[in-house]
Each structure stands twice: as structure tokens, then as C-alpha cells.
Design a binder for this molecule. Structure first.
Ligand code: DAH
Length: 366
């Protein structure tokens, strides 16, 4: 009974194993993604696979032939496992390469040009302002954004509890135990604030260099304000400071007028209105002709023809004294205004918040 029929059974089995092996290899080779390969797996391995089913047919083989059939089957299975592992590795690597290509982000700086991005409007405005003042002989100075109470208020003639401090909605920083930030005459910094204006840079400049001083200080400032169409808790100012012998109020007025026509063009001029700031005496508000209607009167300037740009005045003797400068020998003027609002007006933008939502369609217009 163990005659040719059983051998014939073996031959058929071996032929079936060979077919299953080649078909399995073909299925692996045909998988072009890890998902497709995963789908092919159930046909390749396990009891329900083609080889698994052939193995179940071993029961009808003569015992002495089973070893031959088993070896052929194991070899075929092993071959499929290796081919599968190699394909799985290759497909995973290809998927990673494809993902990296897709998500690749070029973080290198590219020169400005069409479609390549450009500086933010506020940065552009700051740079233009710097250019105009540098052209007038000013240097550019910078100071820290986290300031001590001394620099932000006290040295600017705003002692603690001075009612004018309420002009600035201040953000105080919780420094924990640390007090070593203070390096001014006010002693240790028990109060550290996010600077509410660029005026503290005046103090730092006067402390660090002797007059004559002709400098501007652009930078970021912070106030406890809720964002609306004309306010942001973070915005930008530019400060100007001149200290020299014989500086008078006419120098201030002349400098601001010169700046106004250099920056806005000859059609726009400036005026000063009496005002109050603790760090200047006398103090003034600095207005310019409305840049939208050039003084004729429109919605932006509430039909007055004028727009308030900032504050200015003659540096208060107390401020000079706080910086160790003899106010009998030296006098000076200072001014400060908002950069964001200036950019807003120049470009007829009605909502300040648009500048900071980073909508590329908005930013691309400037
Ligand atoms: N620091 C003032 C503010 O933020 C603006 C200012 C007014 C600056 C008068 C000055 C100045 O230098 O002299 O409201």
C-alpha cells in the first residue's frame, strides 16, 4: 500500500509547495507599500496560508515521506520569511524617505524676492526709521525688555506712588527670591517689570557714555492692555535722546520737523502741543499732518487733519542728575512714539491685530 500512489502524493505536494513558494515571492515583490505587504501576510504565513493548508494535507502521506515534505515546506517558508523581512525593511525606509521629502522645511534664510517672503511690516518700518535718524547723525541704542523699577520709572522722575505711574499699565515679573537684576542707583531690584516704554534706554545710554549724545532706541514694549483694534499688550516704540551743550526747545521742534519730512515727505509737517510727562519739562505732544488726507480732514484723523504720534520734551533736570550729568552744563531733549501705529497709519490698516495674526495673505501685501 506504500506504493507509487504515495510517491505520487509526495510529488504533488512538493510541486504545490513550489508553486506556493513562487506565488508567495511574487506577492511580496508586488507589494509596493507596507500596507500592501501587510495584506499579503495572511496568504504567506500561518495555518490559513497556502503553505499552512498544504501542511495540513501531510496526514495522508506515508510516515517516511513526511520528513521530505516537511523539509521542503520549511525551506519554502524560510525563504518567504526572509523575502518578507527584506521587503518590509525596504518599504519602511522608502516610506520614511517619502515622508521626509513631503515634510521638508527649508529653514535657511533666503534673500527677499518675489514669492520668497520678506521682513514683517513692523521690522521694515523700524529699519526705515533707523535709516532716517542715522542719516541725521543719530546712533542706535538698545536696552533689555525686562527692566528694573529704577530704569523704567524711578530714574525717569517717577518715584514709587507717583500718580503719573498710572499712565502705564505695567506687567510685573515674579522673580521669586532673585533680586540681583538691579544694577541702578535704586539698589536691589525688588520690582522687575516688562518695560512699559523705551524711555529706560535713555537712562542706560546716559549712564554708560558722556554727552554729547545723539541716539535713538527702538524696541519692544509691554503693557497690561487687552488687544483691540488700536491696542496690543506687546508693541514697539522708538525713543530719541539728545544731550549736548546749549540744546533748546527749538532744536527739538526742528529735529522733529526734519524727521517728519524726511520720513513722510514734504507734504507732511509736524506741530507740538503742551502736555505732561514726568521725565521732561516742558513736555509736548508731537502731532503730524494726517498721512491719509494730508491735513484736509478724514475719518482716520477724525476730521482734524492731525494725528498724534508721540510725546517729547526737554529732559528733566532730575533725570540728568539721576544719570550723573550736570544740568547746568548740559541740556537735552527726548521724544518717543509708537512704531506699530505709525505703520498702521502709513498703510491705512484699520486693525492693529491684523499685524500679529500672521495671515500670509495680509502680510504679503507689504
Ligand atoms: N515714554 C512715553 C510713553 O510711552 C513717550 C515719551 C514721551 C517719550 C515724552 C519721551 C518723551 O522720550 O520725552 O508714553
Amino acid at each position: 500500500m506504500n506504493g507509487p500512489a504515495s510517491h505520487a502524493g509526495l510529488d504533488t505536494l512538493l510541486a504545490d509547495i513550489d508553486v506556493a513558494r513562487s506565488e508567495g515571492l511574487a506577492a511580496i515583490a508586488a507589494s509596493s507599500t507596507t500596507d500592501e505587504l501587510a495584506q499579503a501576510e495572511s496568504g504567506l504565513f500561518g495555518r490559513k496560508s497556502v503553505l499552512g493548508q498544504i501542511k495540513q494535507g501531510f496526514g495522508s502521506l506515508a510516515v517516511e515521506l513526511r520528513a521530505t515534505a516537511g523539509r521542503a515546506l520549511n525551506e519554502a517558508q524560510q525563504e518567504l520569511r526572509v523575502a518578507h523581512a527584506v521587503a518590509a525593511d525596504e518599504l519602511a525606509a522608502a516610506a520614511r524617505r517619502e515622508q521626509m521629502q513631503r515634510e521638508w522645511l527649508d529653514l535657511t534664510e533666503t534673500p527677499p524676492g518675489p514669492g520668497r517672503g520678506h521682513l514683517h511690516l513692523v521690522t521694515q518700518t523700524t529699519e526705515r526709521l533707523e535709516d532716517v535718524f542715522v542719516g541725521m547723525g543719530f546712533t542706535v541704542s538698545e536696552g533689555p525688555q525686562a527692566e528694573t523699577d529704577w530704569y523704567n520709572f524711578e530714574a525717569l522722575n517717577l518715584p514709587a506712588a507717583h500718580p503719573a505711574r498710572s499712565m502705564w499699565d505695567t506687567l510685573y515679573l515674579d522673580m521669586g527670591e532673585r533680586t540681583e537684576l538691579g544694577d541702578g542707583e535704586g539698589g536691589e531690584a525688588t520690582n522687575v517689570v516688562l518695560r512699559t516704554h523705551t524711555s529706560p534706554v535713555q537712562i542706560r545710554v546716559m549712564e554708560s557714555q558722556p554727552p554729547p549724545i545723539y541716539t535713538i532706541c527702538p524696541g519692544r514694549v509691554f503693557r497690561r492692555d487687552t488687544a483691540d483694534a488700536s491696542h496690543m499688550p506687546v508693541f514697539h516704540q522708538i525713543e530719541g535722546l539728545v544731550v549736548d551743550r546749549g540744546i533748546s526747545f527749538t532744536d527739538l521742534a526742528g529735529t522733529l520737523e526734519e524727521f517728519t519730512s524726511a520720513y513722510f515727505g514734504k507734504a507732511i509737517s509736524s506741530r507740538l502741543r503742551p502736555s505732561y510727562f514726568p521725565f521732561t519739562e516742558p513736555s509736548a505732544e508731537f502731532d503730524i499732518n494726517c498721512v491719509i488726507c494730508e491735513g484736509a480732514g478724514c475719518q482716520t484723523c477724525q476730521r482734524t487733519g492731525w494725528i498724534e504720534l508721540g510725546g517729547c520734551g526737554m529732559v528733566h533736570p532730575n533725570v540728568l542728575t539721576n544719570c550723573g550729568i550736570d544740568f547746568e552744563e548740559w541740556t537735552g531733549f527726548a521724544f518717543g512714539f509708537g512704531i506699530d501705529r505709525l505703520a498702521l497709519m502709513r498703510h491705512g490698516i484699520d486693525d492693529l491685530r491684523d499685524m500679529y495674526t500672521n495671515d500670509i495673505r495680509f502680510l504679503n501685501q507689504f
